[in-house]
Write a protein that binds this ligand. Structure first.
Ligand code: URA
Length: 234
């Protein structure tokens, strides 16, 4: 593939912008400046530098973010900055989307990709992917609340009862709750339906993929093949 087309596919701007980048000497391959935008490259295993930063060619981008509180998942946020402000510009330009959404005040594992079918597969309720949340509640949790969450609760505007796939008490005001749908404010509404209130919510796992302990809040990381396997392995 021509170098300018490679750069365009990886989110470095229009073909014209990429041509200017290359001609201006901003692109290195194997440590050497390549200033011919039409140079033909094999994309398999291709590493390149743009303005001193190293990138690997990826046909599709898959990444995870440890979402901090105070960020909205929308591209056009209303009250808080967008999670997209935490990602490098080329990733945003190449059109990565979040796989489902977390509330502004929810923290933890959020996936992104520019692979449309992947987003559909993992965010549609049909797949029943378990999503595991640490839930901090305002009031002490009691056994009857846990039982009601496991038996299923009625949520406003939802025709069917909504059930926790699993619910364990981890502290006086801490639950670990697993849900398999992705309804609007689902965990908060479920906990409210049993007479308690969520004061903090953190997603630690989606499918079989856990948020790595060494990924700091606000940081992102590429998903390795192994992570994609884990996601589907639950
Ligand atoms: N459930 C919620 O209530 N909020 C989230 O952000 C995710 C699940």
């Amino acid at each position: 593939m021509q170098l300018e087309r490679i750069l365009q596919s990886q989110g470095f701007g229009s073909r014209k912008t990429c041509r200017i980048l290359v001609r201006g000497g901003a692109v290195r391959i194997g440590g050497e400046v390549v200033d011919d935008p039409f140079a033909e490259m094999d994309v398999d295993g291709l590493n390149f530098e743009v303005a001193g930063e190293t990138w690997s060619y990826r046909a599709k981008a898959y990444l995870m973010l440890n979402k901090p509180a105070g960020y909205e998942c929308s591209r056009e946020p209303r009250h808080h900055p967008s999670v997209f402000a935490l990602l490098p510009v080329p990733l945003v330009h190449r059109g990565v989307q979040s796989v489902g959404r977390l509330d502004e005040d929810t923290t933890g594992l959020l996936l992104f990709t520019d692979d449309g079918p992947f987003i559909h597969r993992w965010s549609s309720g049909k797949k029943q992917t378990p999503k595991v949340y640490d839930v901090h509640t305002k009031h002490p949790v009691d056994d009857s609340q846990i039982q009601r969450l496991l038996d299923g609760v009625i949520l406003h505007d939802e025709p069917d009862t909504v059930t926790a796939a699993s619910c364990q008490q981890k502290g006086e005001t801490i639950l670990q709750l697993t849900v398999t749908e992705g309804k609007y404010h689902q965990v908060k509404r479920m906990v409210a339906a049993v007479g308690n209130r969520v004061v903090a919510l953190h997603r630690g796992r989606v499918g079989g993929l856990s948020l790595p302990a060494d990924l700091p809040s606000g940081q992102w990381r590429w998903l390795a093949d192994q992570d994609l396997f884990r996601l589907a392995d639950y």
